[in-house]
Ligand binder design. Structure first.
Ligand code: NAP
Length: 682
């Protein structure tokens, strides 16, 4: 099989002989890879001139719906991917992480995109900033997609997940991708890309694929492009220092190697359920994907007095791991991705063995079930133990295979210092039953890690494990781990957008952002905004309510109705002793209810439901005798693509007789797109 690239909307096979790739289990040649002859400048031009405008034409929600459809399409074809995934040496569980984990990640972005991003092509960051005395000049931040290309370079260990976890956020942002998988497992990425292209679900130019080297592509990158790299620190740092990347300030996100640690808390007794959790977690991390995970536990940091017990328990469990052809029942660990990889891991074990003792397994010998141990890239799990915790090579050498080193510690402070010797890692886990040990260790290790798992019996019931990055949470780490972040929900989408501070009048910035800002004009007309359907409503449509003076009887009636008889509402002397009130104060919830009574249009109409409030703050206490009025303004509309209603956010400001703001909040409603208003056909 000659792997093809997908460039400028066409499949391209290089005419030159490429590098041969071998099956991880059988060792047979299965593919040949070369990108020789590709015109990289033309690929970039195509992405910028075709892909980028095509994508930016859509809103976040429209792109999210495309991602959802694509995720479902790929899920229906997953068995094809599982079949080919075996060639990478993966077991069914390993492939599940890669294939369904990748598609699942895409689906999470599809769902978050519709729930957390506006149905627009501009994303507002944070709140309006008051930067002038009279409010005629204001500020706000927005994100817009960069107009170039997301170049995504992936490591060999997750050929599907690695692509989809980068493609989903960049696509959602509105930026076309050029994907470059690692050569060793590019055949699986190529198969998935074929199905993506065949699906016809993505706009033209959204996705191109390079099978083989990136040639002179880096020379043509500009500041409107982003490079997302996953791989070794060595390659990452080399690419990050590429003269064009430096000269043009090209965004460069790097997910590199990492010497992740798992700390067993000092409180944990040998043989306790928490102790068993630790043993299971370390073994799982050593053996899933044959240890070829950037997040795997490389350093098991354990109390010195329990090191022997931990070693014995790990050895007992590791001895039950059968290595071999994953098609054979009972095989728990497959092969490494290739023989080069195995040579590399053997070399790293030799380095580790210089000042650590191998206490289980061997770098060279392995019992293999159902396959030839020499032609396949098989390895036994290898456990080492350190005698000198501060000077072990385990803090420097990453063996990207089923390899871990036990390191002893005395105090929590020492455990933290040892974890930090990884010089910045993707993930640490803290396994403890003690909240105070958890807090102490987490606060200590957090500055050195992008993610920390606190594992106890309760969390273990549903824990996704030390080694699993999740679409919702950030993945990445400081220092050696690359100093970047990926995913983390919508945070990951922002990596492909430019944040810009906008300054101007509230009217201008409302028009630009599509969100009514404080100080902008309100449109007051004879039709109450609740009588307008979603399509008729405009940002700034408002109602200024009648006034209502409240009295003590109102406060008491509300206390009776709600049952809320807090002293500050009921007892004058007690209220006066309270530092915030000078008398019996009205319930805040009464004010919210009273405001609704003032602003709603009661008749049947297009407003279908109130689904919540945002940002509610009570600013000024209200006493009997105060007169209140509500300013109710259409602030933001979010069209729901697949529904016959949209979301409308209303700025709600309650003011008193002195014009002081008593409360401010957003009311959230669902409004029909085509509803009739009373007596009027819209
Ligand atoms: P690698 O050798 O650094 O390669 C990573 C990627 O860079 C591959 O796609 C590779 O393509 C490409 N590449 C290499 N030289 C390049 C160049 N001059 N220009 C453009 N691209 C270039 O790493 P690997 O062996 O694939 O992966 C293993 C490493 O990745 C481990 O150290 C692991 O810890 C790390 N990793 C990190 C994460 C994370 O999220 N932090 C995840 C997985 C793996 P070719 O294959 O074609 O050379």
């Amino acid at each position: 099989m000659k792997l093809q690239s997908y460039a400028q909307g066409e499949w391209y096979a290089s005419s030159t002989t490429g590098t041969v790739i071998h099956h991880a289990i059988s060792g047979e040649a299965i593919a040949e890879i070369s990108s020789e002859g590709l015109d990289f400048q033309a690929m970039l031009d195509y992405a910028r001139q075709v892909g980028s405008p095509n994508l930016r034409r859509y809103t976040f929600h429209q792109r999210a719906l495309m991602l959802k459809a694509l995720g479902q399409y790929l899920m229906e074809r997953k068995e094809l991917f599982y079949t080919l995934s075996k060639a990478t040496g993966a077991t069914r569980t390993d492939s599940w992480i890669d294939i369904e984990g990748g598609i699942g990640t895409m689906l999470v972005f599809a769902s978050k995109g519709r729930r957390e991003l506006p149905n627009s092509n501009l994303y507002i960051d944070g709140s309006q900033e008051q930067i002038s005395r009279h409010g005629t000049f204001t500020g706000i931040h927005v994100y817009t997609p960069i107009t170039g290309v997301a170049l995504q370079i992936n490591a060999f260990n997750f050929p599907v997940w690695g692509m989809l976890e980068k493609l989903a956020p960049s696509f959602l942002a509105g930026v076309p991708s050029i994907v470059k998988p690692a050569s060793q497992t590019a055949y699986l990425t190529e198969l998935v890309v074929r199905h993506i292209i065949e699906s016809n679900l993505l706009p033209e130019g959204s996705l191109q694929l390079i099978c083989g080297s990136t040639g002179d592509l880096f020379n043509h990158l500009t500041y409107q492009d982003a490079v997302s790299f996953t791989g070794s620190a060595w390659t990452g740092q080399k690419l990050k220092q590429h003269p064009t990347v430096v000269a043009n300030s090209v965004r460069f996100y790097m997910e590199a190697d990492s010497l992740n640690s798992s700390i067993l808390g000092n409180d944990v007794q040998v043989g306790s359920p928490t102790f068993d959790l630790y043993i299971k977690e370390v073994v799982r991390e050593m053996t899933v994907k044959a240890g070829q995970k950037c997040t795997a536990i490389r350093r098991a940091i354990v109390p010195a007095d329990k090191l022997e017990a931990v070693a014995e328990a790990l050895k007992a469990r590791l001895s039950k791991i059968s290595v071999g052809d994953p098609d054979i029942e009972g095989v728990r660990m497959g092969a490494l991705a290739g023989l080069d990889q195995r040579n590399d891991v053997r070399g790293r074990i030799a380095e580790l063995a210089k000042n650590n003792e191998i206490i289980f397994g061997s770098a060279d010998a392995v019992d293999v079930v159902g396959a030839n141990p020499e032609s396949g890239a098989f390895m036994a799990p290898v456990l080492l133990a350190s005698r000198d915790p501060y000077h072990t090579a385990a803090h420097d050498v990453e063996a990207f295979g089923p390899v871990s080193t036990l390191i002893p510690y005395q105090t929590d402070e020492e455990a933290i210092a040892l974890a930090a010797l990884g010089k910045g890692s993707l993930v640490a886990s803290v396994v403890t039953a003690s909240p105070s040990v958890a807090r102490n260790l987490v606060v200590g290790v957090a500055p050195h890690h992008g993610r920390v798992l606190v594992l106890d019996e309760k969390a273990a019931k549903e824990s996704t494990g030390h080694g699993s990055p999740l679409a919702h949470l950030i993945h990445g780490g400081p220092g050696r781990a690359g100093g970047s972040e990926e995913m983390g929900g919508i945070r990951g989408v922002k990596h492909y957008m430019q944040r810009t501070a906008l300054q101007g009048s509230p009217d201008m910035l409302s028009a630009v952002t599509g969100m009514w800002l404080q100080g902008a004009e309100r449109h007051l007309d004879s039709v109450h905004p609740f009588q307008k359907n979603f399509n008729e409503l405009e940002i700034g449509d408002a109602v200024i309510s009648e006034k209502r003076t409240i009295n003590l009887a109102d406060i008491e009636a509300f206390a009776d109705l709600s049952g809320d008889k807090f002293y500050a509402h009921m007892d004058q002397a007690a209220a006066q002793r309270n530092p915030f009130f000078k008398d019996r104060v009205a319930h805040g919830y009464f004010l919210v209810s009273l405001a609704a009574g003032l602003f709603v249009w009661p008749g049947e109409g297009p407003v279908l439901a109130n689904y919540g409030l945002d940002h509610l703050r009570f600013a000024t206490p209200v006493y009997a005798g105060d007169t209140l009025q509500v300013q109710f303004t259409c602030k933001q509309k979010t069209n729901r693509e697949t529904e016959d209603y949209g979301e409308v956010r209303w700025d709600t400001t309650i003011v008193n007789q002195d014009g002081a703001v008593v409360a401010n909040y957003d009311v959230l409603t669902l409004v029909a797109k085509e509803a009739h208003r009373e007596g009027v056909n819209s």
